[in-house]
Design a protein around this ligand. Structure first.
Ligand code: UDP
Ligand code: MG
Length: 310
């Protein structure tokens, strides 16, 4: 079996690919171990296809999948994981924002026995304050609502042991955010910190719309929170309405005047809203259960078996 697979999604990366290849191959060659480099051309409209075909022609360790159209980076990463045959798989961006020397540090960690090595961005050069702020909020929000240990400041630049790749490939949901799935599967994880440089060429493909889509794909498969929230809100409104009723009854019995008949409308509406929200939330819980059945994730993942017959 091959030792390492490097998987690289590429969308309109004609200016970066040669630089990427020239930066990564000498470092990997230096390891004196077998490796493959899988490029996934995600429906590029520039010369990405021709450049990759050229690289594959002169170096048979370069493998290329051309998508029929643009399916997105997450789909490209999934394809890379599926096609890889290395014992360790490293996902890297084509624009050299994931420094190749950090990949070597990841390999060191893998050799120490870690199954997942995350690249953690200590500093992000060339990114707008808006992108940094939304990323900051999103990771903290995800951790809170999914209850998963999804590390902050970590993207898709990672090393995966083969057993992690197999675990991820066993998750069949359609909408997927790989880094959220990684958090879900568990395993022994560690980090390598790095300063994220600017792109070598071209510009980011992530518009606000694409970022929102990506954020959704992380949230919905991994939490019921959005569906059960109405119940919590309903219970809170119901509780406040009952307190309001009791207060009004006490006030009325003590002969204090407080706004007449119309005042009673507030807790009455409150109770009605609470009942509706709780009913909606219960129906949503049922939907959540159906979603989990459809999602059909494994019920558990074994990381190691000891003393079982092969
Ligand atoms: N990418 C892709 N399909 C897309 C968008 C991006 O395969 O629809 C690739 C892109 O070529 C790059 C990586 O995903 O190798 C990260 O994209 P980008 O650099 O645009 O994202 P950023 O670093 O700005 O978050
Ligand atoms: Mg980039």
């Amino acid at each position: 079996m091959l030792k390492y697979s490097i998987i690289v999604p590429a969308y309109n990366e004609e200016k970066s690919l040669d630089l990427f290849y020239k930066a990564v191959t000498p470092l990997m060659d230096g390891l004196n171990e077998e490796y493959e480099m899988i490029f996934i051309n995600d429906g590029s409209r520039d010369a990405t296809k021709e450049i990759l075909d050229g690289l594959a022609q002169k170096d048979n360790r370069v493998k290329v999948c051309h998508f029929s159209r643009n399916f997105g980076q997450q789909a490209a990463l999934l394809c890379g994981l599926k096609e890889s045959s290395g014992q360790a798989v490293i996902a890297m961006d084509a624009d050299l924002q994931d420094p190749p020397e950090v990949a070597l540090q990841m390999i060191e960690k893998w050799k120490e026995g870690f199954d997942i090595v995350h690249g953690r961005r200590k500093k992000r050069n060339g990114e707008t304050a808006f992108k940094k702020a939304t990323a900051y909020v999103y990771y903290r929000f995800m951790r809170k609502i999914t209850k998963m240990d999804m590390p902050a400041d970590v993207g898709d630049f990672k090393l995966y042991d083969r057993k992690v790749v197999n675990a991820i490939l066993s998750l069949s949901e359609h909408d997927r955010l790989l880094r959220a799935q990684v958090a879900w599967v568990g395993f022994k994880q560690t980090f390598v910190d790095f300063e994220r440089p600017e792109r070598v060429a071209g510009k980011t493909h992530y518009t606000l719309k694409k970022m929102i889509k990506l954020a959704e794909s992380g949230v919905f498969p991994n939490t019921d929170y959005t569906l059960t929230f109405p119940i919590k809100l309903g219970v809170l409104i119901g509780f406040l309405s009952v307190v309001c009723f009791i207060t009004f009854i006490v006030l009325a019995c003590s002969g204090v005047s407080f706004g007449g008949l119309t005042a009673w409308l507030f807790p009455t509406i409150g109770v009605a809203v609470a009942i509706l929200l709780v009913c909606q939330g219960l129906a949503n819980m049922h939907t959540a259960m159906i979603y989990r059945e459809v999602q059909n994730r494994p019920i558990y993942i074994v990381s190691e078996k000891i003393n079982f017959d092969k």
